[in-house]
Every structure is written in structure tokens, then in C-alpha cells.
Design a protein around this ligand. Structure first.
Ligand code: NAD
Length: 486
């Protein structure tokens, strides 16, 4: 079924509280990855559009900064309420542009509301501090916003990641220019409208749609922007760091990951199988902290792999809007082609045993969608690309290990350090994994979960800085001290 132009949502960029087209009048088509149909089109923004948005953010800055933290928190709270009221419509839009099952889209939209509520909730406690200095005086230390923040987000979890950035940045009193990914701009635009309908003054949050190399780079280079917060690939992150540090901009970089999951012989096997299934195949494997490498103890490997294979083969793949679908398509042709190439190369080199999956799903009615079969690969060599690169799709490489030492050594054989999990009932094993695996977050008998209260971010090539919790609030503000000499 084709859609026609008059059925589109006709969403435009949001600059200074107004819907606007690009000054260049060019467009990007947004397509449903499950069907190939066009969902909408958005303006392909230009460098001049970025300048317009920075001007609007600058004009709104003084008024927004002047509001009390509590007043800003109340606006976030109202927006969270509206998002909860409209969660079905928002989730449907997210599924249409991103492809994920509706159930996951609803999770993500609720996660966004949770984040806004978390920051709204802590607003009353952000009152600064007084430092008593005895006879020499007293000091009053307050937090000030950084100014205008440029925010660049990816397509895999566009709603949640928008919340991670918008929540703390707005509460701290910054104004913003946000660039969504070009395949998933629609829900971000809707959420900006909801924030404004909740009391956010025009120009505080501006959204410029468009290509990364044009709009993203223009944001990073713009001298009016004080901070860049970027989530995306390592390659883009390194390029942004190069551009941003030449102007001494503040930087948060949330980059890729290749999270290890270690399952020891004393683990609850069924719970670990659940963890691996959700950890890898949630969002069709397109999650930064997905389980991307699995290390299973020799003693339980046969039982574990048999159960996991059975569960993977039971996953229902399809259009995310259909009832009961467990896994949707990949988000773009480029993403699917990367997965095809990496699995085909492993098969051709005989570098692993494909136990299930291992190819695209191209049967009617899926032939126009970007589906890839959920794939389990056993006995993967450590040097194989499935183990050494970030695989952003539904493919799980597995290696068996004789002991914890080997598991930790192999888990650390990566340039990334985002998340990791260990599955065990032994506290000492859990403690050793926490101490020795290189990652910003180590889960025990869990994987993926990142609530708003918990700081989140990577080490090594997984990035710089932390999102969530009070740590993120710190990263969108700086202290200013008033010294009172008596
Ligand atoms: P990407 O780097 O290709 O794109 C991310 C964003 O950057 C998009 O909005 C894109 O348009 C923009 N962009 C592209 N080139 C740019 C440039 N030269 N200058 C400025 N902006 C530019 O990444 P992606 O493929 O969209 O996202 C997937 C990656 O994101 C994976 O590596 C994943 O692990 C990572 N990720 C990390 C986290 C985290 O919190 N650490 C969360 C989600 C995703």
C-alpha cells in the first residue's frame, strides 16, 4: 500500500518555536524500514539553518536562565505527563520510522517520561552550597548553565537518548540545538512540540533536521555553541572531538560498545538464557549496550546453547506494528548490508559455526523490509570480526571458556568499554568481574537496564563523560563562586 503526499505528517524543523523549512528547500525522505513505504519527509537543513537555530537559542537564553530550577523542573514534569497521555501515538510514530516492535517503542517512550520526571524531581534540591571559611569569609557556590548546547543523536533509541540529553541540559538552564538522525527525526520533533506545549519558551529547544556531515558538523563548528553532546559511532565521535577541541568546547561522547556477557557454571541457566535473548535481540540488536559477545563456561555450554537456540528460533519477526512481534527490521539498508557482510565473511572463512539464522529474511510479506534473521554463531575465533568489531544487528557470537580468568581476559580483548555482565550465584565471581572487566557499567545477573538514576557512559573508545543521574546535570553546568570577605 503506497502512501500519498497529502497523508504525510508534514513535519518541519523547529526553530524559535516555529515550524520552518530549510533555507535550501531540500528534503530527506523518512521511510518505514519494515515496508519501504515513505512515512514523511523532513527538511534537509543547511549550515545557515544551524545559524538560525543558534541565534534563536541565543535569544531565548537569558530568559530561560533567569527562571528558577524549580520552574524549569515543573515544565519538564508537565511534558512527562503529556508524553504519558500520548504514549501510544508517540510509540506508533517511533515504530513507523525506526522499525522496533510497538512494545519496545512504548518502553522507550515511557523511559523518556521517566527521565524528565527524574530531573523534575531533583530540581528542588539544586540550590547551591555555602562554604564557611572561618574568619576569612564565606563562599557561595552556585551552578550556572553552560549556554547553548549542541546535541546530536542516533537512530537506534532516538527517544530515550533525547531524554538523556534534554532532561539535564534544560533543567540546568541551557538552551539547545538538537540534530536528530536523518532516518528517525519525527518522534523527536513531536517531543519538542510537546515540551513547548508544556511551557518551554520558544527558542529554548530548537531542532534542525538534516545530514550529519552538514548539520552535525555545522553545529560542532559553530562558535556560539558551548557544549556538544553526541551519541553515535566511534568514527563520528573521533571526528567531532577533533573539531570541537579546537574551540575548547565541552564534550560528552557516548560511542559504540561491544559488551561481553559472561555466564559461569553456577549461573541460573534459564535466567541467563533470557538475559542473552533480550540482551542481544532487543531492538534487533541495535542497542549500544547489547550483548555483543557471549562467553559461556564449558561445563554448561551444551545445555545453555541448546536452550538459547530454541528460544531464538521461537522469536517472531515482522512489522513492529503487528501484534506479538518480537523483532523488527534493521533501520537502514546500510546497517543491514554491514551485517550481511560480516556474517558472510565469517561463514566463508570458517571462523565460526552458524547454529541458526545467518541471512536476510526476504520472503513475502517481508521482501520490502530490512529484516535479518536472528543469528547464533558458536565457536567464534577471538580475532574474528564478530568478536573484534561492534556488530550492530541481531547476531550473537559465542565462545566457550574453561574458567573465570579466561572469560575476563577475553571480555577485555576489545577497544570498547561500555557495559558488561556476569551471570553467577557466587558473590566473589561477581566482585572479580566488577573489579576487572573494563566497562562503565557491570551488571550482575542483568544486562541492558539503565534507569535514569544510574550514571551511564563508557571508557576507552566507548566515550567520554556520563549521562543520567546527578553526574549528567554536572556536565551541563559549571560552578560559579561568590566569595564574601567579612
Ligand atoms: P553515527 O555516528 O553514524 O550517527 C549518529 C549521529 O551523528 C546522527 O545524527 C548522524 O547524522 C550524526 N553525524 C554523522 N556524521 C556526522 C559528522 N561528521 N558530524 C556530526 N554529526 C554527524 O552513528 P549511528 O550509526 O547513527 O549510531 C549507532 C552508533 O551509536 C553505534 O556505534 C552505537 O553503539 C552508538 N550508540 C552509543 C550509545 C551510548 O550511549 N554509548 C547509545 C546509542 C548508540
Amino acid at each position: 500500500m503506497e502512501r500519498y503526499e497529502d497523508e504525510w505528517l508534514n513535519m518541519l524543523m523547529r526553530i524559535g518555536g516555529t515550524d520552518v523549512g530549510s533555507l535550501d528547500d531540500s528534503w530527506i525522505n523518512v521511510k518505514n524500514p519494515a515496508t519501504g513505504e515513505q512515512v514523511d519527509r523532513v527538511p534537509a537543513g543547511s549550515t545557515d539553518d544551524v545559524s538560525r537555530a543558534v541565534d534563536a537559542a541565543g535569544a531565548a537564553s537569558a530568559g530561560w536562565k533567569k527562571k528558577t530550577v524549580r520552574e524549569r523542573g515543573i515544565i519538564l514534569f508537565h511534558a512527562a505527563e503529556k508524553v504519558r497521555e500520548q504514549h501510544k501515538e508517540l510509540a506508533r510514530l517511533l515504530t513507523l520510522e525506526q522499525g522496533k516492535p510497538l512494545r519496545e517503542a512504548i518502553d522507550e517512550v515511557r523511559g523518556y517520561a521517566n527521565i524528565l520526571e527524574f530531573y523534575a524531581g531533583i530540581s528542588a534540591s539544586q540550590q547551591g552550597e555555602m562554604v564557611r571559611l572561618g574568619t576569612s569569609g564565606d563562599a557561595l557556590v552556585v551552578r550556572e548553565p553552560l549556554g547553548i548546547c549542541g546535541v546530536i543523536i542516533p537512530w537506534n533509541m532516538p527517544v530515550l537518548i533525547m531524554g538523556w540529553k534534554v532532561g539535564p541540559a534544560l533543567l540546568a538552564g541551557n538552551t539547545m540545538v538538537l540534530k536528530p538522525a536523518s532516518t528517525t527525526p519525527l518522534t523527536n520533533l513531536r517531543l519538542a512540540q510537546i515540551l513547548e506545549a508544556s511551557g518551554l519558551p520558544p527558542g529554548v529547544l530548537n531542532i534542525v533536521t538534516g545530514q550529519g556531515e552538514i548539520v552535525g558538523e555545522a553545529l560542532v563548528k559553530h562558535p556560539g555553541i558551548q557544549k556538544i553532546s553526541f551519541t553515535g559511532s566511534c568514527t563520528t565521535g573521533l571526528r567531532i572531538r577533533e573539531l570541537a577541541t579546537s574551540q575548547l568546547k565541552e564534550l560528552t561522547l557516548e560511542l559504540g560498545g561491544s559488551d561481553p556477557m559472561i555466564v559461569m557454571d553456577d549461573a541460573d541457566i534459564d535466567k541467563a538464557v533470557d538475559g542473552a535473548l533480550r540482551g542481544r535481540f532487543y531492538n534487533a540488536g541495535q542497542t549500544c549496550t547489547a550483548v555483543k559477545r557471549l562467553f559461556v563456561h564449558d561445563a554448561i555450554a551444551d545445555t545453555f546453547m541448546q536452550k538459547l537456540k530454541q528460544r531464538i528460533e521461537g522469536l517472531k519477526i515482522g512489522n513492529g506494528l503487528e501484534a506479538g512481534v518480537d523483532m523488527g527490521p534493521l533501520n537502514s539498508p546500510v546497517q543491514r548490508e554491514r551485517i550481511v557482510q560480516i556474517v558472510d565473511a565469517t561463514r566463508d572463512a570458517d571462523a565460526g559455526t552458524i547454529l541458526t539464522g545467518g541471512g536476510v529474511l526476504n520472503e513475502t510479506p517481508y521482501d520490502r523490509g530490512l529484516f535479518y534473521r536472528p543469528t547464533l554463531v558458536a565457536d567464534v575465533m577471538p580475532e574474528n570480526r564478530l568478536m573484534s568489531e561492534e556488530v550492530f544487528g541481531p547476531v550473537l557470537p559465542v565462545m566457550t571458556v574453561p574458567d573465570l580468568d579466561t572469560a575476563i581476559r577475553e571480555a577485555n580483548r576489545t577497544r570498547y568499554g561500555l557495559g558488561a555482565s556476569v551471570w553467577t550465584t557466587n558473590l566473589h565471581t561477581a566482585k572479580r568481574a566488577f573489579d576487572e572487566v573494563h566497562a562503565g557499567i557491570v551488571w550482575v545477573n542483568r544486562h541492558l537496564t539503565v534507569p535514569p538514576e544510574v550514571p551511564f557512559g563508557g571508557m576507552n573508545e566507548s566515550g567520554i563523560g556520563r549521562e543520567n543521574g546527578l553526574h549528567a546535570l554536572d556536565s551541563y553546568s559549571r560552578t560559579k563562586t561568590l566569595f564574601l570577605g567579612w
